[in-house]
Design a protein around this ligand. Structure first.
Ligand code: XIL
Length: 363
C-alpha cells in the first residue's frame, strides 16, 4: 500500500521558482527555493481540455477530497486507481470482496466526467490467500479465477482494463513465474483471463500492460512476440499498455523508438503509468534547472510519439499521479520525499514538464 509521504512544505519548487533556479547550481531537490504560493491556477490550462485524446492520472481514495483530487479532476479526463482495484484490496483472505474503495473511485470519476481505466485483474506480484487455498484443486481454482475477472469488470465498467499486468521477466524476457502460471499454465492463464474479460464486457479494451519496454530492447521484443503468440492462441487482446516509469537519464529517442515498435501491431496503445524520476540517489553534476528541463523533454518526447499515432491507436496518455509529494516513488523505502517525477510540484504548481505538454497540446 502506498503510504502518503507529505513533504514538509516548501521543499519543492514551483514554476516561478524553477525559473529562478536557472541561476542556481543546486542539483538536490531539497535545496530548491520556496515557490511563491500565488494563485497561478487561473492561468493554468487544463490538459483534459487541450488534448484530443484522454489524458489520465492515478488516484487513491485518500486523494479524492483533497487539493490533489481537485487538481486531478480539473486536469485529467481519465482515472486509474493506484491500488484500490487490485487484488490486495479487493480480495479478502476468506474470498469475500472489498469493493468499497474502488466504488468510491469509480463514482468520483463519474461525477467528474472522467473515463475509468481498470487496473488490474491478473498480476504475478499479487496472488491472494483465497487463491492459494485452492492451489491443489484446479477446477475450483479455475472457477474462482473466472469469477474474479468477470465480477470486477462488471462491477467497474471501464473504457479498458489491464487484464494481465507485467507478465515478462526483466532479465531474459522469459515469462514470470506466478501462482496463476503454475496452476493454469504459463500462457494458458493469460489466454483464459482475456477470454473471461471479453465475456464479461464485450466493449472494454483488453490490455496487456508491461514496464521497461523503452529501456530493455530484449524485453520489448519478448513483449511483442508474446502478444502475437497469445493472439494466435485465441486471447482477445485489444490494447497494449506501456507503463513508462522512466527517469531523466533515459536517452533521447528511446521513448519514441519504443512507441514506433509497439505501434506496428496496430492495436490501441496506453501510455499507462508515466512518471520521470530524478533518481535522487544518483550522483549528477547537472543543475536542478537542467534536470527539470531534461525531465520536461522526456515527457514531451513521449507525448509527441503518442500524439503521432493514428487516432484509433490512441487509447490514453496517463501519468502515474498528480503531485510530486504523492508519487509512489516518494513512498518510504523509495525516495521518501526526495523525488519529483510528476507534472505538479508539492504545492500543486505546474512544473516545466507540465508546460511542455500543455504547449505541445496547443495551450
Ligand atoms: C504501485 C502503486 O502506485 C503503489 O501505490 C503500490 O504500493 C504499488 O504499486 N506497476 C504497476 C502499478 O502496474 O500497479 C504500480 O503501482 C507501479 C508499477
Amino acid at each position: 500500500m502506498r503510504r502518503r509521504t507529505l513533504l514538509a512544505a516548501p521543499l519543492l519548487a514551483g514554476t516561478g521558482a524553477l525559473a529562478a533556479c536557472d541561476e542556481r547550481s543546486a542539483a538536490d531537490p531539497l535545496e530548491a527555493p520556496t515557490a511563491a504560493p500565488a494563485a497561478r491556477s487561473a492561468a493554468v490550462p487544463a490538459l483534459r481540455a487541450l488534448a484530443p485524446f484522454p489524458v489520465g492520472t492515478e488516484v487513491l481514495t485518500s486523494d479524492l477530497d483533497s487539493a490533489v483530487g481537485e487538481l486531478a479532476a480539473r486536469q485529467f479526463s481519465q482515472v486509474t486507481a493506484g491500488f484500490e482495484m487490485k487484488m490486495e484490496v479487493v480480495l479478502r483472505p476468506d474470498g469475500s470482496r472489498n469493493f468499497g474503495p474502488g466504488d468510491r473511485i469509480a463514482a468520483w470519476a463519474r461525477a467528474n466526467r472522467q473515463r475509468l481505466h481498470g487496473h488490474c485483474l491478473v498480476w504475478y506480484a499479487q496472488d491472494a490467500a483465497a487463491f492459494r487455498a485452492l492451489e491443489g484443486r484446479p477446477r475450483e481454482f479455475t472457477a474462482a479465477y473466472d469469477r474474479y475477472i468477470v465480477e470486477l469488470m462488471r462491477r467497474w465498467p471501464a473504457a479498458g482494463w489491464d487484464v494481465v499486468n507485467e507478465p515478462i521477466d526483466d532479465a531474459e524476457g522469459a515469462l514470470r513465474p506466478s501462482l496463476w502460471a503454475s496452476v493454469l499454465g504459463p500462457e494458458a492463464y493469460m489466454v483464459r483471463a482475456f477470454q473471461q474479460a471479453r465475456a464479461a464486457d464485450p466493449r472494454a479494451l483488453l490490455i496487456l500492460n508491461e514496464y521497461g519496454l523503452e529501456t530493455k530492447p530484449a524485453k520489448r521484443l519478448a513483449f511483442l512476440k508474446l502478444v502475437e503468440r497469445l493472439l494466435k492462441l485465441g486471447a482477445p487482446i485489444t490494447g497494449l499498455g506501456t507503463q513508462c516509469h522512466i527517469d531523466v537519464d533515459l536517452p533521447a529517442g528511446a521513448g519514441a523508438a519504443m512507441m514506433a515498435d509497439l505501434a506496428r501491431l496496430d492495436l490501441p496503445i496506453h501510455v499507462s503509468e508515466l512518471d520521470v524520476s530524478l533518481k535522487p540517489r544518483a550522483l549528477t553534476l547537472r543543475s536542478r534547472a537542467a534536470t527539470m528541463e531534461r525531465q520536461a523533454a522526456r515527457y514531451a518526447e513521449l507525448l509527441d510519439a503518442f500524439a503521432k499515432l493514428p487516432a484509433r491507436q490512441r487509447y490514453a496518455f496517463t501519468v502515474w499521479g498528480v503531485r510530486d509529494d504523492s508519487s509512489w516513488l516518494n513512498s518510504p523505502g523509495e525516495y521518501a520525499g526526495r523525488d519529483a517525477p510528476l507534472l505538479f510540484d508539492a504545492q500543486g504548481a505546474p512544473k516545466d514538464a507540465f508546460w511542455a505538454l500543455a504547449r505541445r497540446l496547443g495551450g
